[in-house]
Design a protein around this ligand. Structure first.
Ligand code: PMP
Length: 459
């Protein structure tokens, strides 16, 4: 007997889901009157649910993950073959796909040399926080233990990473949090906090002010998203990154770039930071690494960081005393190898730039027609449209009406996202992140659905 997942009666599946699955980020009260949505199949940019309804996916699996699109047989076949050969060994030893993917990844990341495997974006970020704390104990006599994070950024769902949540509604109910995580201001020029010409420089100077207030010898690292994702698709202004890098060098602060969303092509380069000439000490990634075909995350470091953990072998506390059981699964790196090969073979970085420009152009055109769009911003296939009550005052659109736009698109069969229950009073940005394979027609179909939804909701 083998497992058979072909189900004739999908209503049974929906009932099983309603009865037993606790959905992420969901208020289940709603399912007493409406069916949970259960997806059954995906191909390319399209999905089908248990009712047979077809969707065009404008957010790559809901949370900017399925970069190469659904239904990739070559990934499934590579994973299958590897699982039969060797599915697992704990990460204290190596495996063939683990070694080969690390090598391929490092080729794309000049200046960095080491890959530490785990399973989720949160976990990859936690690894950095632990490394920074260990460097503090081992190298700085307990100093340089604080980690800075930025308002509106997000780094994960564990208690440690929630301690660096710049999104208050996500973190509000799960405290108290550990000490030593300190916020710096966000850099969204549309909601400017300073009235200056060189906004990027000013927003980065605000980081220096926090460092000086806390004491430079207490601050070990700063974690930043290259382009803030769930916090409203915030593209840092000109001059920001250059100044951030200067500040990190000046105060000997390790720079951790969270590429969990931007990594593997989302912004049109392999990594978002590569568009800004940054030289990070740590880069973390997860979602697009294997496009959701297997769970994998990576914490990538410079040789300088790595060396700090092996310079005194006689000290039994000097190595990184950490493990991630499923960081030893081979499905992750083998899926990641094939995912990377597809991005190269199909020229998906070039497509991301071309289709990203089209998406931005379409959204900008929609601004002429819909006064509720206050701002559009983006990089590659990663765009946001911020909705406001009034363009002059920039008063944010209320969350219910923003969600009504998302729901109307869904009813039309087009999936889009929005900043949702994470930023008190500012859950007003529509978010788009189609797969890197999107065609011009896909982009137009997504923005046409938004056009119709805005017309309907704000008639
Ligand atoms: N960092 C960023 C920038 C993210 O957007 C996310 C997930 N949305 C995470 C980290 C956490 O990733 P995971 O859900 O895989 O733990």
């Amino acid at each position: 007997m083998t497992l058979d997942l072909s189900v004739n009666d999908l209503t049974h599946v929906v009932e099983a889901d309603r009865a037993h699955v606790w959905h992420h980020l969901s208020q289940h009260k709603g399912y007493e009157t409406a069916d949970p949505r259960v997806f059954v199949e995906g191909k390319g940019m399209r999905l089908w649910d248990a009712t047979g309804k077809e969707y065009l996916d404008g957010v790559s699996g809901g949370v900017w993950t399925v970069n190469v699109g659904y239904g990739r047989e070559s990934i499934a076949n590579a994973v299958r073959d590897q699982l039969i050969k060797l599915n697992y060994y704990a990460g204290a030893a190596g495996t063939v796909p683990g070694a080969l993917f690390a090598q391929r990844l490092i080729e794309k990341m000049p200046g960095l040399t080491r890959v530490y495997y785990s399973n989720s974006g949160s976990e990859a970020n936690e690894k950095v926080y632990k490394m920074v704390r260990q460097i503090s104990h081992h190298k700085h006599g307990g100093k340089k233990w604080k980690i800075l994070y930025r308002d509106r950024d997000y780094h994960g769902t564990t208690i440690g990473t929630l301690a660096t949540s710049g999104q208050p509604q996500r973190a509000a109910q799960y405290g108290p949090y550990p000490d030593g995580f300190v916020a710096v201001p966000h850099c969204l020029e549309y909601r400017a906090q300073w009235d200056v010409e060189n906004y990027g420089q000013r927003a980065a100077d605000a980081i220096e002010e926090v460092i000086l207030r806390e004491g430079p010898d207490t601050v070990g690292a700063i974690v930043l998203e290259p382009v803030t994702a769930g916090g409203g698709v915030i593209v840092p202004p000109e001059g920001y990154w250059q100044r951030v890098q200067e500040i990190c060098r000046k105060y000997d602060i390790l720079l951790h770039i969270d590429e969990v969303v931007c990594g593997l092509g989302r912004t049109g380069t392999w990594f978002g930071y590569q568009q800004y000439g940054i030289e990070p000490d740590f880069v973390t990634m997860a979602k697009g690494v294997a496009s959701g075909y297997a769970a994998i995350s990576c914490t990538v470091t410079s040789e300088r960081v790595f060396e700090m953990f092996k310079d005194s072998p006689e000290d039994t506390m000097s190595y990184f005393r950490d493990i991630s059981t499923f960081g030893g699964c081979t499905a992750g790196p083998v899926a990641a190898l094939e995912n990377m090969r597809i991005i190269e073979e199909e020229n998906l970085l070039e497509n991301t730039i071309a289709m990203g420009d089209r998406l931005m152009d379409n959204l900008t055109t929609l601004m002429d027609k819909h006064a509720v769009i206050g701002d559009v911003r983006g990089k590659g296939l990663f765009c946001g449209a911020e909705l406001v009550q009034d363009r002059a005052t920039k008063e944010p659109m209320d969350e219910k009406r923003v969600q009504a736009v998302v729901a109307d698109c869904m009813a039309q069969g087009v999936i889009i996202g929005a900043t949702n229950r994470s930023l008190a009073g500012l859950n007003n940005t529509l978010c788009l992140s189609p797969a890197l394979i999107a065609s011009a027609d896909d982009i137009d179909n997504i923005t046409n659905a938004i056009d119709r939804a805005l017309t309907k909701v704000f008639a």
